[in-house]
Write a protein that binds this ligand. Structure first.
Ligand SMILES: [Zn+2]
Length: 345
């Protein structure tokens, strides 16, 4: 079964549930049985879902501005939006979370989070957590995976040739074809150690004379923007320094990456960072050693990118699951994901 046919089926099922109006009841029954934490995961929110000359990773566009507003309105109306610091307070006091507790998170720290998502959240009186990679805030450089997609879309070359990775793939002439190659490439790339991943992307930059440079479609937020968001009720957490897969780094460098990201956040913002989101975040991106390093660095909670919800307890605090919002998730599907995450998440 392909991902898209699976997604199509879930969408159809969500529409049927929506029409039959069974989701609210099913959700209430579920919530009487489990008291788990829903954490929504977003990356980018853009005005329109695909600007004409946009040649970065489309998979990272989580929602259009209007879909995001609708989703937040639904969360506010029918769930219990919380902040991470409130969840940590509950933990410290040994109190259970309220039923239907929901957290909203953003990974990576794209400037559209500031320009588009932040005003919508403020308008609705809601908060969200923004996980940022501190090295990109300082440099303004696009993220490596995103730049790889950009290069594959842009290069006049007709082959992607990386002998070190055993890759010699033709590059089709169409942008749609190139996006498919880029997606396959990112999956392959993420299998390698972090240092090899960086070398491979650097090789592409060099071979194709497309050095990484600031780009208006792939801009990290600045410290000033993050401080303004924090003053406006938003929370900021760590997504590493260089967006490296922590479990694929040498031990000392991994510890350094986690500690340095926390030190940078603590130095530049008004509150100490309490929460970490592991870059990439699947089971190959963090492990027990990484969890221990996050705990030792002083983080109180950590989010994975594994799909699902979590009961808040000692063995889940550093591997919290999240519900991924993608740009093709429509209103019925979003409702299904929130009410019955096991089926639609
Ligand atoms: Zn990320």
């Amino acid at each position: 079964m392909t991902e898209s046919s699976g997604a199509g089926r879930r969408q159809q099922l969500a529409r049927w549930f929506h029409r039959a109006n069974v989701l609210p009841l099913a959700g209430r029954v579920r919530d009487a049985l489990f008291n788990d934490l829903r954490i929504l995961a977003y990356h980018r929110v853009l005005d329109s879902s695909e600007p004409a000359d946009f040649d970065f990773d489309l998979e990272l566009i989580s929602a259009s501005a209007s879909d995001f507003r609708d989703q937040m309105t639904a969360v506010k109306k029918d769930f219990v939006p919380m902040r991470f610091d409130q969840v940590i307070d509950c933990l410290d006091r040994g109190e259970p979370l309220p039923p239907r507790a929901t957290l909203i998170t953003f990974d990576d720290g794209y400037d559209d989070n500031y320009r588009i998502a932040f005003p919508i959240l403020q308008e609705l009186g809601m908060s969200a957590m923004f996980f940022v990679s501190t090295g990109h805030i300082d440099s303004g450089a696009p993220y490596a995976y995103d730049w790889a997609v950009h290069m594959i879309c842009r290069t006049p070359a007709d082959r992607l040739l990386l002998p070190e990775a055993g890759i010699d793939w033709p590059l089709p002439p169409t942008i749609a074809g190139r996006r498919q190659v880029a997606s396959r490439f990112l999956s392959r790339l993420k299998e390698f150690p972090a240092v090899v991943q960086e070398r491979l992307v650097a090789t592409m930059e060099q071979d194709w004379s497309l050095p990484r440079a600031p780009h208006m479609h792939c801009q990290p937020m600045s410290w000033a923007q993050l401080r303004e968001m924090q003053a406006g009720g938003m929370e900021v957490g760590s997504h590493g320094v260089h967006h490296r897969m922590l479990a694929k780094m040498p031990h000392e460098l991994m510890i350094q990456e986690i500690n340095e990201s926390k030190a940078m956040l603590d130095r530049n913002l008004n509150l100490p960072a309490q929460v970490l989101s592991y870059p990439v975040g699947g089971f190959d991106a963090f492990d027990e050693v990484v969890v221990q390093a996050a705990r030792s660095a002083g983080f109180r909670l950590a989010c994975s990118y594994v799909s699902g919800t979590s009961r808040l307890q000692s063995d889940t605090m550093y591997s919290l699951r999240r519900l991924h919002v993608e740009r093709y998730v429509d209103a019925a599907w979003f409702r299904g994901m929130m009410e019955l995450p096991e089926l639609f998440g």
